[in-house]
Design a protein around this ligand. Structure first.
Ligand code: ADP
Ligand code: MG
Length: 373
């Protein structure tokens, strides 16, 4: 089932929880809604489910305007973080519940319900646990039962709201891979809410990055990580360092130092790069230079904190473990990959640059003026 969310707004009191959100979800796609707490992810999911009505705009299931359809008619399957199983029912009864409460005309026979529940129990790899009660299961097992229960009604769309949010890190990671496998086998159109960028990047076909009730970018995991459309996405996904810069004479400048990074246009801008995507230089004609103020071990590398521009800016870069990096020593470096965005503030201050076209543009292409690998 493909979904189309068109110009949907949702008000709760004065400030909208969603502003004019539009999104197309393809049939069979696993899409992640990713954003910080309060960004509107759950609200968007509830609007798709029919648990909330939009203040404006329309949700389409295929060609069908879903506005007048009830939750049941939409035939959506849910798993929520704390959507508890029925405690007094066995695992199999829980899974079969959605079918057993259907109106008589649509209700399968008891034996058929049981057969389907057993089949789903196999799918979620809990065969043999059908007679247990929820209290006799681990947290991860319970969420797998919850998924089997959601799948039992043969949903047209599967909606998962932070389903692994309450589980510990290792279980979350295992379930993430497991969910991806189940999805690849069953092919349900799935909308998965998370505030965990690692989870979204690993699991989803496409990631919808949300902030303050707006969609900031929609793209594949590679697109949102490698070509963030706006500074928010750069900061929210992966690690970022940023430095205010100026564009002049075809390159970037920090104060009166040329950085050796080409750019088109002119005016104030912000340079973003990722700590692991830099090269350390031994002296240079054009580069960033900083003073080491801190150093810590990060798995296979050393993370340095640097002050730039006489202490006005702080950035982080990764260097090899064996790098001496004494405190207060000077380091020259240049990002290997970077993005430049117009300086924040009133639009008129943004550089009047013509962005160099990139080979592949994401759906909502940036304010980014220039990017290079
Ligand atoms: P997320 O799931 O991304 O954390 P939500 O969709 O739950 O965000 O919330 C988005 C915004 O809408 C928040 O500011 C939240 O306080 C507000 N909100 C959500 N549901 C309600 C409600 N039923 N009544 C009032 N405000 C709400
Ligand atoms: Mg939420």
């Amino acid at each position: 089932m493909e979904l189309s969310i068109r110009n949907v707004r949702k008000d709760f009191g004065a400030t909208p929880a969603l502003h004019e959100v539009s999104l197309d979800i393809r049939s069979g796609e696993l899409i992640a809604l990713l954003g910080p707490s309060g960004s509107g992810k759950t609200t968007l999911l509830r609007l798709i489910a029919g648990l909330e009505a939009p203040s404006a705009g329309t949700v389409f299931f295929g060609e069908d305007d879903a506005s007048r359809r009830s939750v049941q008619e939409r035939q959506v399957g849910f798993v929520f973080q704390h959507y508890a199983l029925f405690r007094h029912m066995t695992v199999l009864e829980n899974i079969g519940f959605g079918l057993s409460v259907r109106p008589r005309a649509q209700r399968p026979a008891r034996a058929e319900i049981r057969r389907r529940a057993e089949e789903l129990l196999d799918l979620v790899q809990l065969s043999g646990l059908g007679q247990r009660y929820p209290a006799q299961l681990s947290g991860g097992q319970r969420q797998r039962v919850a998924l089997a229960r959601a799948l039992a009604i043969e949903p047209r769309v599967l909606l998962l709201d932070e389903p692994f949010g309450a589980l510990d890190a290792q279980v979350r990671k295992d379930l993430r891979r497991w969910l991806r496998e189940i999805h690849d086998r069953t092919g349900h159109t799935t909308v998965f809410v998370t505030h965990d960028q690692e989870e979204a990047l690993e699991l989803a076909d496409r990631v919808v990055v949300m902030s303050q009730g707006r969609i900031e970018q929609v793209g594949t995991p590679d697109e949102v990580y490698d070509r963030p459309a706006v500074p928010f996405v750069h900061r929210f996904i992966g690690e970022s360092s940023q430095v205010p810069v100026r564009i002049a004479d075809g390159q970037l400048w920090l104060d009166d130092r040329a950085l050796g990074l080409p750019a088109s246009g002119s005016g104030e801008a912000v340079l973003f790069f990722r700590p692991h995507q830099v090269e350390v230089l031994s002296g240079c004609g054009g580069c960033l230079a900083g003073t080491v103020t801190g150093s810590r071990r990060l798995a296979g590398t050393r993370r340095l904190e640097l002050e730039l521009g006489g202490g006005r800016h702080r950035v982080e870069i990764d260097v090899p473990i064996e790098h001496p990096a004494a405190t207060r020593s000077q380091i020259s470096f240049r990002p290997r990959t970077w993005r430049v965005y117009p300086a924040a503030g009133d639009g008129s201050a943004a550089p009047a640059a013509t962005p160099a076209p990139e080979p592949e543009q994401t759906a909502i292409e940036p304010l980014a003026l220039y990017s290079i690998r």
